[in-house]
Design a protein around this ligand. Structure first.
Ligand code: 5AD
Ligand code: SF4
Length: 459
């Protein structure tokens, strides 16, 4: 573990008093990346940079993702635009960080064709960012060397939350699962769990600052603690949840993402007995077919997934969300029908659906795939259709019941109404006033609409 120390802070602040440089962060990808971007914003602001926009900034930081879509073209397009500003001698610096730069072919491309980029860093590289930035801005030093420290764990990085009431806190970095379609283990390194005392201290501080809702983040939160030895051995995710539960002021606890293979009874018990853990669990299915799951290296069967989902559904008011990939290499029609079958049986409240896309370097990328793209799109459509059919009946069940809702602010479409998310992560709209913002209230559901619910505050 490494404590983050910024020895360039004062020097950079001094420079910025005069130059007032602005920064802009472009974040692609998942909640982990969003959390990392809040840290980059924290570092930049501690060094005296101020937030600018897409057009008027001096420091452009691209926090990249390579998990699914081919975001490469988007990135390189944006770099092209900035090159023009650099050529016009405007004071523009470019940093590329995150998952994409951990891929050899991207790194080579940047080195070869985008030499005007100032800083290239991988994941978990915050400790060296201040030095690189200072050298680029003050010393006009542009060494495109790339340092891979993706297996480090950095503590005490300043973080600038944008939200005032809910915050995400990373608990574990990296992934050891090597699902065959997934690039994450290659770009985010091996699992590293943060010490419980560091996590608890962060959350206590957030609670003191008025935060009510916490999202615990990790590629696989169930692996939390697997890498502990000595006195921490045996401390795991259910125990962490129980310790977070004890923190006064925190009223809603969420986590993302668990792995179905590790969703054991002790965790289900902790959730069941908790008054704070949100009644919303994200349980990534990926495929409903045992054979495909085996090829994906997911380590559970169709039946085992249904068993975990069924146990979770016995918790009153629980809602489940999931991720599904359609069109894994050579997925047959029958295998796809198994996915539909699980969707039909489990009835998820939300499904994030993806068409399989090969990621260079993964095992699945080398598999033969005879399924046409049209077939994959068709499967996605059929999955969507089934999901939408199962959705209204779920919302109906919520009618007349009362749920905890964190009031987030005015509704975007009607400023008489306020909006928030129930513990199940459903959007709820209701009458309120500004004094309710940031509070957790009880809302009784009066009517259901496809994408939101309408209700009345009862407490
Ligand atoms: N193709 C399509 N979807 C993918 N995901 C991860 N890798 C791929 C890929 N190669 C999806 C999975 C995962 C989510 C974050 O992204 O469903 O749970
Ligand atoms: Fe990727 Fe699987 Fe790890 Fe999730 S658990 S990050 S899908 S390898």
């Amino acid at each position: 573990m490494m404590r983050f120390v910024n020895s360039y802070k004062e020097k950079m602040q001094k420079y910025n008093v005069e130059h007032k440089l602005k920064y802009y962060i472009d974040t692609m990808g998942c909640q982990m990346n969003e959390n990392d971007s809040l840290k980059y914003a924290g570092i930049l602001e501690s060094m005296g940079f101020v937030k600018g926009n897409e057009d008027n900034s001096n420091i452009y930081l691209f926090n990249t993702c390579c998990v699914r879509e081919n975001a490469e073209n988007t990135l390189f397009g944006r770099l092209g635009m900035l090159k023009k500003r650099k050529m016009n001698n405007e004071e523009v610096y470019i940093a590329i960080v995150g998952c994409m730069t951990q891929q050899e072919h991207i790194l080579e491309k940047i080195k070869k064709s985008y030499r005007f980029v100032d800083i290239v860093l991988g994941t978990s590289c915050m400790s060296i960012f201040p030095e690189k930035l200072y050298n680029a801005v003050v010393n006009h030093q542009r060494k495109l060397e790339y340092i891979d420290v993706s297996n480090t764990l950095e503590e005490e990085v300043p973080i600038k939350y944008e939200d005032k009431y809910k915050a995400s806190v990373s608990i574990i970095y990296g992934c050891n699962n090597f699902c065959t379609y997934c690039i994450v283990p290659y770009v985010r390194g091996r699992e590293r769990s943060r010490k419980p005392e560091d996590i608890i201290a962060d959350i206590k501080r957030l609670a003191q600052d008025g935060y009510k809702e916490i999202m615990l983040l990790g590629q696989n939160v169930n692996s939390y603690g697997n890498d502990f030895s000595d006195e921490l051995k045996g401390y795991n995710f259910p125990k962490l949840l129980q310790d977070v539960e004890k923190i006064d002021g925190i009223e809603i606890i969420r986590f993302m993402s668990p792995h179905p293979k590790d969703f054991k009874d002790d965790l289900i018990e902790v959730i069941k007995n908790s008054t704070k853990v949100a009644r919303q669990i994200h349980l990534p299915l990926q495929s409903g077919n045992t054979e495909i799951l085996k090829k994906m290296n997911r380590k559970y069967t169709k039946e085992q997934f249904i068993e975990v989902a069924t146990k979770l559904k016995q918790i009153p008011n629980i809602s489940l969300s999931t991720d599904i990939i359609v069109g894994f290499p050579n997925e047959t029609e029958d295998e796809f029908l198994d996915t539909l079958d699980v969707v039909n049986k489990v009835k998820f409240d939300q499904i994030y659906m993806f068409i399989y896309s090969p990621r260079e370097g993964t095992v699945a990328a080398k598999m033969e795939d005879k399924i046409t793209y049209e077939e994959k799109v068709d499967r996605l459509e059929r999955l969507k259709e089934l999901y939408e059919k199962t959705l209204p009946s779920l919302n109906e069940k919520m009618l007349g019941n009362t749920y905890k809702v964190l009031v987030e602010g005015k509704s975007k479409t009607n400023d008489q109404l306020y909006t928030g998310r129930s513990s199940q992560n459903k959007v709820v709209i209701f009458e309120a006033d500004d004094s309710f913002v940031g509070k957790v209230v009880d809302v009784k559901i009066d009517s259901e609409h496809l994408w939101y619910l309408k209700g009345t505050i009862v407490k």
